[in-house]
Design a binder for this molecule. Structure first.
Ligand code: C2E
Ligand code: CA
Ligand code: CA
Ligand code: CA
Length: 278
């Protein structure tokens, strides 16, 4: 009832109270959902922009609530971050992603990197690097097949994250900067930190090529990434025209509905099998 008269103070009280209750409930439901096995990983392939081969996949979290059905990560990740539960949930994601990738490799499917989203709260946790090490060791996945996606906001705390990034890099783990262009990260940090992949946020691809402004911006970001020696990936590619534009501007990799939506584990397995037989 957002259209109600908001100058009525009682309306606001109820609205905020509702939101608060919803949040507190969600905070309580998250640990239970994890214990009950209601979380699941979906996978979205990353594609070479020219050969159109699958060159990796991103793990994306899904919550299968028995009552509400699939709940989008956009609605529960921010809450998990605020209450700190993201540390535990993120650790589960790491285990599940590494275990699954190792299983694919053991089945004789192509050896490809899997990317895992790591929220800032999780990344800053003192145990983070150690946890990653343990997961790789116990699952038997070689570090070069794990890629961590961190967001731009982290780059603004270079003193805090430099050592951590260095030691992850030292182990052979690849690091991507996610949602690039939406934050305010300094190009200086981008140059100083050990990153390999720049993922350009979907908002820059959305209106390309019909918006000239966005197309020019997109082209500049690709050039910036390349001049820093990074691999450049465009997120949210949905059309042939977008792909064409990205190819002409030498973007390395793409991801988006144009090739595939995020799919469940079974479907991803089939995509990998099909890809390896032709
Ligand atoms: P993200 O990391 O930027 O992931 C890309 C999002 O864009 C995914 O939404 C994906 O389904 C969607 N997407 C991919 N291709 C297209 C396209 O062509 N068009 C459109 N419109 N959308 C596309 P999803 O799966 O709902 O995830 C939303 C966000 O939730 C992610 O954004 C990420 O920030 C967060 N997230 C997901 N899984 C995890 C996780 O395991 N840990 C953490 N910390 N965050 C996660
Ligand atoms: Ca991501
Ligand atoms: Ca992204
Ligand atoms: Ca995003």
């Amino acid at each position: 009832a957002k259209t109600e008269n908001i100058s009525n103070p009682h309306y606001f009280d109820y609205y905020l109270m509702d939101k608060l209750i919803e949040r507190v409930n969600m905070e309580k439901r998250l640990p239970r959902a994890l214990a009950e096995g209601e979380f699941e990983l979906f996978y979205q392939p990353k594609i070479h922009a020219v050969t159109m081969e699958i060159i990796g996949m991103e793990a994306l979290l899904r919550w299968n609530d028995p009552e509400e059905g699939m709940i989008s990560p956009a609605s529960f990740i921010p809450i998990a971050e605020e209450c700190g539960f993201i540390v535990e949930l993120g650790e589960w994601v790491l285990w599940e992603a590494c275990r699954t990738n190792k299983r694919w490799q053991d089945q004789g499917l192509p050896k490809l990197p899997i990317s895992v989203n790591v929220s800032a709260v999780q990344f800053k946790h003192p145990q983070f690097v150690q946890t990653v090490g343990t997961v790789l060791e116990k699952t038997g996945l070689a570090p070069e097949f794990l890629e961590l996606e961190v967001t731009e906001s982290l780059l603004n705390e270079p003193a805090l994250i430099k050592d951590r990034l260095d030691s992850l890099k030292g182990r052979g783990i690849n690091l991507s900067i996610d949602d690039f262009g939406t934050g305010y990260s300094s190009i200086f940090y981008l140059k100083e930190l050990p990153l390999q992949i720049l993922k350009i946020d979907r908002t820059f691809i959305q209106n390309t090529p019909h918006s000239q402004r966005d197309s020019l911006l997109l082209r500049s970001i690709i050039q910036l990434g390349k001049s820093l020696g990074l691999t450049v990936l465009a997120e949210g590619v949905e059309t042939e025209q977008q792909l064409q534009f990205l190819r002409e501007n030498e973007c390395d990799q793409i991801q988006g509905y144009y090739y595939s939506r995020p799919v469940d584990c079974k479907t991803m397995t089939r995509m990998l099998e099909d890809g390896s037989t032709n």
